[in-house]
Design a binder for this molecule. Structure first.
Ligand SMILES: Cc1cc2nc3c(=O)[nH]c(=O)nc-3n(C[C@H](O)[C@H](O)[C@H](O)COP(=O)(O)OP(=O)(O)OC[C@H]3O[C@@H](n4cnc5c(N)ncnc54)[C@H](O)[C@@H]3O)c2cc1C
Length: 414
């Protein structure tokens, strides 16, 4: 097919690895390089705050592919190697080992990295972040020692780390300036359910206050909140969001906003250069605007779409955004995209922790979350895609099948 060509994927994680796999599956037989800054072969991050962190699953459970996969598929996996320079006009990528590679197509799958705090004491030992498998190993070692943990930030990572640490028997406090955990995505009403889940499991929730400083001699010993309280601790995990890793793209003159801006085909502003996963701000046909999704399913599915388009296809990425979270015994899945809504409808009793929440705008479902209720993602995504007006009472009525509320569509399921 294209044996004279060279395709490069920069970023060897979920989006990059699934793109490389798809290129070969689609018949690409030219040179294929997968460049990864980390030393581990591509792995999935969700277990790092859950079963892997708690020591219930080993490394073999997190890898995207088996050890021999890359060699067998003739994918040149260059680990521990960072792409540092991009010349789009000359079609060259420079690596930190001095190598310079010519490419015909390039996929930027450089992901995201944790936002760092720059408050007094931020550099003390024991102030930890969680993104990589090494971060999770370091955190697990702390959990093994026991003691007390302060989690800064009650977003997904903070909430999952708090749950895992409680499951390992540590004393856990969570601090967040918002009024409930996960408020930005779920809103105050649904976030309160998660607050109660954590307090029921013995987490001390300090909400509506920020962190002013970490205090200690060489290692963190205390956290001072912005409303003047102090909390003694043995270590801290900061989970205050991530930012897309756009430096390489920007250096190459690729258009960057909140992420690398791509169209619905995951093509950047530069022909032949694509982006996928956490780093991509992709125009979404369903929403008519660019959105950047920092979740597993997005990376898993965008990689192969980018791969097919690198081969000259015109595949749109139009999946309904989807993610999942596990905290204690409470599992959930969320589908949709809801930066704003005018009301929330519950189907089932939230107190039972087996229910579905719908977020609505103008009588249409824009997002849905099933907690402890399974095999409903297709129906929820169909409701979102259909944009049909729904009646609140029927939506809330567990006797009315979800299928009856919206016609089935073909695509978009996680
Ligand atoms: C602890 C944790 C738990 C999570 N749990 C969930 C969950 O329960 N549900 C869910 O839906 N999502 C979850 N996520 C989010 C999910 O893991 C991410 O959306 C997914 O990892 C994104 O994949 P990616 O390939 O786009 O980017 P990343 O995973 O960020 O990978 C990008 C890779 O590119 C490399 N790289 C960056 N720059 C360069 C360069 N210049 N040269 C070479 N390599 C480079 C990086 O080192 C990295 O390995 C979780 C994330 C974390 C950290």
């Amino acid at each position: 097919m294209s044996s004279e060509q060279t395709f490069i994927v920069a970023g060897a994680s979920l989006a990059g690895a699934t793109a490389a796999e798809a290129l070969r599956a689609e018949g690409y037989d030219g040179r294929l390089l997968l460049i990864g800054a980390e030393s581990a072969r591509p792995y999935e991050r969700p277990p790092l705050s859950k079963e892997y962190l708690r020591g219930e699953a080993g490394r073999d459970k997190v890898y995207v592919h088996g050890e021999d996969f890359y060699a067998e598929d003739d994918i040149e996996l260059r680990l521990g190697t960072t792409a540092t320079g991009l010349d789009v006009t000359g079609r060259r990528l420079t690596l930190d080992d001095g190598d310079e590679l010519r490419f015909d197509r390039l996929l930027l799958a450089t992901g995201a990295e944790p936002r760092r705090l720059s408050i007094p004491g931020a550099a003390l030992d024991g102030v930890l972040y969680l993104r990589s498998v090494e971060d999770s190993d370091a955190l697990r070692e702390r959990l093994d020692r026991g003691g007390s943990l302060v989690v800064v930030g009650a977003g997904w990572i903070g909430a999952e780390v708090a749950a895992s640490a409680r499951q390992r028997g540590l004393d856990v406090s969570v601090i967040d300036p918002l009024s409930v955990p996960l408020e930005r995505v779920l809103g105050a009403e649904v976030g309160a359910i998660y607050r109660d889940i954590h307090t029921d499991h013995g987490v001390k929730m300090l909400l509506g206050t920020g962190v002013a400083a970490f205090e200690g001699t060489t290692a963190v010993e205390r956290v001072r909140t912005s409303d003047g309280r102090t909390l003694d601790c043995d270590f801290v995990v900061v989970g205050v969001g991530v930012q897309p890793r756009t430096a390489l793209a920007a250096q190459g003159g690729v258009y960057v906003g909140d992420g690398i801006v791509v169209d619905e085909y995951l093509q950047t502003s530069k022909p032949g250069v694509f982006a996928a996963g956490d780093v991509a701000m992709a125009h979404h046909p369903l929403y008519g605007r660019g959105i950047r999704v920092e979740h597993w399913a997005n990376a898993l599915h965008q990689g192969p779409v980018a791969a097919r388009n690198m081969l000259g296809r015109s595949d749109q990425f139009d999946r309904v955004p989807y993610f999942f979270s596990d905290q204690y015994e409470v599992g959930m899945e969320y589908a949709g995209y809801a930066p704003a809504w005018d009301r929330v409808v519950f189907r089932g009793d939230p107190a039972s922790r087996e229910f579905i929440t719908f977020w609505l705008v103008d009588d249409r479902v824009v997002a849905g979350m099933n907690v402890g209720v399974w095999d409903v993602t297709d129906q929820i995504q169909n409701l979102i895609r259909a944009r049909a007006t729904v009646d609140d009472r029927r939506l809330a009525d567990t006797d009315v099948p979800l299928e009856d509320l919206a016609p089935a569509t073909e695509t978009g399921v996680a």
